[in-house]
Each structure stands twice: as C-alpha cells, then as structure tokens.
Design a protein around this ligand. Sequence first.
Ligand SMILES: *Cc1c(COP(=O)(O)O)cnc(C)c1O
Length: 427
Amino acid sequence: MPKDSPGFSTLAIHAGAQPDPTTGARTTPIYQTTSFVFNDADHAAALFGLQQFGNIYTRIMNPTQAVLEERVAALEGGTAALAVASGHAAQLLVFHTIMQPGDNFIAARRLYGGSINQFGHAFKNFGWQVRWADPADPANFESQIDERTRGIFIESLANPGGTFVDIAAIAEVARRHGIPLIVDNTMASPYLIRPLEHGADIVVHSLTKFMGGHGNSMGGIIVDGGTFDWSKSGNYPMLSEPRPEYAGMVLHATFGNFAFAIACRVLGLRDFGPSISPFNAFLLLTGIETLPLRMQRHCDNALAVAKWLKGNPQVAWVNYAGLEDDPNHALQQRYSPNGAGSVFTFGVKGGYEAGKKLVEGLQLFSHLANIGDTRSLVIHPASTTHRQLTEDQQTSAGAGPDVVRLSIGIEDAADIIADLEQSLGKL
Ligand SMILES: *Cc1c(COP(=O)(O)O)cnc(C)c1O
C-alpha cells in the first residue's frame, strides 16, 4: 500500500496481504497444512522459546490466519490480533488471560444470548464470576467493582435489540479502576464503530457475522488495543509474572503493547486449542474485502424497512436506533453516524402468537439463528436464542415474548418490504 494511512476500504482489501513470494498468487493462499518445516534445530528452539516469530503448528498459528489477524487489527486500529475458531472461543481466551479463580468481571446485561450463557454458566466452572449491569448508565458498572474485578465487558451495538452504548463513559469507569474494557464489536463491525478510538482496551468479534458476511464460516478474533498497563496493579499475573513454560519469560515485559494478543495465543490458544481452519480464515478474509460496501447497504436497507414497519398499523412498536424518534438515536448519531446496523427488533400486534405466525409466513427471509448474512434473516428470540433465559432475563436482554428480530440483508429493499407486507397480510 503506497500511503502512510490508507482509508478503511483500502485496508479492508490490502491490509496484511501481499503477493505470495514463491508463486506470485495475488489472493492470500489457503495454507492447508498442519505443520511447518524448521530450518535447523536452533531455529526450532528459537520458535518454541518465543525468541523468534514463525510458524510451528497450525493450532498456534498459520500464514492464512496471520493475514486475517493483521487485517482486522488494522481495521480496528489495534496493535495485534489473534484469530480463533469462533466468537465464543475468542471470549474464552480473553477471560482466561485476565482471570484467576475467585475473580469477577462486570458485563452488560444486554448481550448475545450465547454470551449470557457462557458467562453465567460455563465460566462458573473456572471459578470466574460475572456481575450483570444495565449498560444504560455507566454507574451501574462502577457500583459493582471490587478488589477482585478484572474487567468490564460490553457490546458496542447490543444484540438483539440493536441498542447503542456510551463506550467512552464506560471506558472512563474502567480507567478509573485500572481494569480493561473489553468490547464485543460483532454487530457494528469496525466500519461503523472502532471501540479502541473510544477508550476500549480489547475488542472481540464473532467473525461469523458481518465480518465474513456470507453466512458460510465460523470464526472469532481478539484485537489488542495495546494501551492497557498489565503490570501496574499486579492483578494480571499471566502477563506480569514469569512464565515457567517459557523459561521465566514475562510476557508484558517482553512483548510490550502486543503482549495481550501474544498471551492469548501462547497460553490460551496453545492449551485450549480452538484454532481457526485455514479455509475459514480464507473465506472470512474474502468477506472482509467487501465489508464497507455490504455494511452500508445493510444499514440503508434496515432503515428503509424500519421506517416502513413503523408506518404499518399491524406493528405495535419498532426498536431501531436509526429512526429519529428512537430513544437511542442520539447515541447512534454520536458513535455510528454511517448507520444504525442491520439487526433490530419489533413487535407485531397480537404478541407471541402473531409474531410466530409472521415468522412462519415470510418467504424471502430465512428463519434461522444467525445475523450478518447477505440474506435477510428472522428469528423469534424468546423461543430460540434466548430460550435458556428466564422471562425476566429475556426481557432485560431485549428479547421478551413478543419480540421479533430481523437481520436485514443486502437484497433489494423493495423485495424485503414486500415479503413483510405479504406475511403481515396473512395474519
Ligand atoms: C454470534 C455472536 C457471538 C458468538 O460468536 P460465535 O462465532 O457464534 O461463537 C458473540 N457475540 C455476538 C454479538 C454475536 O452475535
């Protein structure tokens, strides 16, 4: 890339990639291999000891994966990244790196249903406690912080309701208490919001959604913002204390502003093993090349559909931050002026039964548990993604019994609206 600071669309296509030095292949090849040959015994020893960077075994790193990591780090403005098998794997490795048994973290109540399960149930087995906070007020995070709190976790644009969060205000709380702010940027993508610019320390993604964008591959990524001081408090021993498996190396002292990404790789990914396949990394890279085009179209279509639904007498309410009278509109304008994303919820008059019927009557929309596909998608969260939660938890997560969630695709807006119209007409 010729310029010092290329634009977002240029980075989406070029960051991290170059023609293959041996074959000239212009597209990043799929390095479909488990292992890599060492030059000699000293080279092998240096790689294993972290004295030299290089490929050893695809569980730990792979050249196709490396391009994906460099590209997403560039798009988010981070120092380094680690790509893994799924968004949930990314979250696991982040918390494994900052938590010890008995520690806690504060998470926004409005989250992807799977994250609520992971934090509330699976993480208990590691002795990690989650404390829930309503993200509408940063004070709700601050009031729950104690000496064992190791981080704050929020979604920049919260699933499933499509609500925006005041990232900078919550980052300020985290900074005051010397703990990192971790932001799940899946729903917004860096095209709409770059959380590191608003004070976040770590960004995670489910690449499965808008980043890949075509509903064909699972993937996740951790982006290191490079700003957090892991040594100051002594509360992050994985980073600030000598590692016995690496001859007493202190990761923060050795790797500085990308130590977090290294720790997630050499302590988390290495030992838990949720590596991304080179083929998925390739498909996700290809998807990311069109992220700016797709994301803008997603947002434009979603606004058109939300406006149409709002004017329909059979619709009880529409919750889309892109609508001027939406309570979330001011935050959307501040954090995401290019658009309000493509995932939002609405209620049909007639509640649970009407909502279910509407979903079943749709023909262009696919009824499934995903978001961020080129195709328009629909789901009834209370009976699917948020099913394991109590009704109280469902409602506070924005997934009450009458809620229908849409993920608006990049088809022609007129066809998306026509499908909703015919299904509503059958109620
Ligand atoms: C899908 C999703 C996840 C989990 O990602 P997977 O790739 O399915 O593991 C986490 N956060 C959000 C906001 C999601 O939409």
